[in-house]
Design a protein around this ligand. Structure first.
Ligand code: ADP
Length: 367
């Protein structure tokens, strides 16, 4: 076998997108060297901290790119840790590439659909639905970010199985990825016990940072786990992401009027459109096929009617959902053929099919 053409390979590799940085190696300027090793090549990349979380995917992409360019070769990735100054410079470069969350009131910025998932009260499974919908969208091939803004309890990282903290690169926050979903929780940055005391200007500032400084990579969908009820967080989300769409999670209990009232207040307060209702814990099926409506029935449909939108899904009650949430393996990914996984896949399809909301809001004024 002849020696690989290292200069040509290097040129090919520069245009491969790094699955962790969401930038081409050349644009991020992290390709340190390409050198011969055995019958293949080592590709040396500089990375911000610790190990590269998607090194296998990067190796695959490099291998495919080399083959596609007519330079087939066995590729290995060698990740080298950056020092602080390099990290800072990388953060600034990524910031310059400008791939943040969409909307932001600035019409020229990205076109992410922002799905704000809300509920009238806690405990209805809002975080569970948010995480599983995010994972189902990612499974369907979409790029997805998830912002955990539920300041009353940051459950998203645990449910999604995020074990790494975000990497802070000077002005840029690089979120960890789990099950194909890029996730930032305000809980990463605050003591759980302090969080509820976090109101008004502090929350607003923190959210602004998450939206403008987190390198989301222009996801097609950015989901936001909203705190239940109305309030400061909702206003901040609406101000920073004015094209957000609201989705309301509820249980089958016949409390539609009250929930509708709250959802309506929320929507009016923030001038965001409600796009649909998701009913959770709709029924429980026993192994022998018996079906029990543990929490009553009709709540989702009634709420949807009150709000003048569609009920987009009924998610069954399934102990595997709770277990998956506790273990960081969302039910939507564990058993793809399960009723629950299919329900989330269907929900994802319906959300995609809805398309972006037509913006009807007037200019938001916060005084
Ligand atoms: P919320 O965000 O509305 O407060 P969570 O998503 O934290 O609610 O859910 C509350 C509890 O109910 C969690 O323990 C979760 O695992 C469980 N849960 C949610 N949805 C389901 C479901 N469809 N089947 C079984 N358990 C569920």
């Amino acid at each position: 076998m002849s020696d690989p053409d290292l200069a040509a390979l290097r040129a090919v590799f520069q245009s491969v997108e790094d699955p962790f940085l969401l930038a081409r190696l050349g644009d991020a300027d992290v390709l340190a060297a390409v050198r011969v090793r055995g019958h293949g090549v080592d590709v040396v990349v500089r990375i911000p901290a610790g190990e590269h979380p998607a090194v296998d995917e990067l190796r695959l992409r490099l291998t495919q790119a080399a083959s596609a360019a007519g330079l087939p070769v066995a590729v290995d990735v060698v990740a080298e840790a950056m020092d602080a100054a390099e990290s800072e410079a990388l953060g600034a470069r990524l910031q310059g590439l400008g791939r943040r969350a969409g909307g932001r009131g600035d019409k020229s910025s990205g076109a992410s659909r922002v799905l704000a998932i809300a509920s009238g009260k806690g405990g209805v499974g809002k975080s569970t639905v948010t995480v599983n919908l995010a994972v189902a969208l990612a499974k369907a091939g979409h790029t997805v970010g998830l912002l955990d803004a539920d300041v009353y309890g940051f459950s998203v990282p645990r449910m999604l199985g995020v074990t790494r903290a975000p990497v802070v690169l000077g002005p840029t926050i690089l979120p960890p990825v789990a099950h194909g979903v890029r996730c930032v929780s305000m809980g990463f940055f605050v003591d759980e016990n302090q969080a509820v005391a976090w109101r008004g200007p502090m929350l607003h500032k923190a959210l602004e940072q998450f939206i403008t400084e987190v390198y989301w990579g222009d996801p097609e969908f950015l989901l936001i786990d909203m705190p239940p009820g109305t309030g400061d967080v909702a206003l901040s989300v609406a101000q920073h992401l004015p094209s957000s769409e609201l989705y309301i999670v509820t249980t089958p209990q016949p409390a539609a009027r009250r929930v509708a009232l709250r959802a309506g207040v929320l929507a009016r307060q923030v001038h965001l459109p409600i796009r649909g209702v998701i009913e959770n814990m709709s029924w429980f099926t026993t192994p022998d096929g018996g079906r029990y409506e543990l929490f009553g029935q009709g709540g989702g449909e009634a709420l949807a009617e009150e709000l003048g939108v569609d009920q987009l899904a009924q998610i069954p009650f399934d102990p595997a959902v709770r277990q998956g949430g506790d273990e960081g393996r969302p039910a939507a990914t564990v058993d793809r053929e399960s009723t629950v996984a299919k329900a989330f896949d269907d929900l994802a399809r319906r959300v995609v099919a809805l398309g972006p909301a037509r913006i009807y809001r007037r200019e938001l004024t916060i005084t």
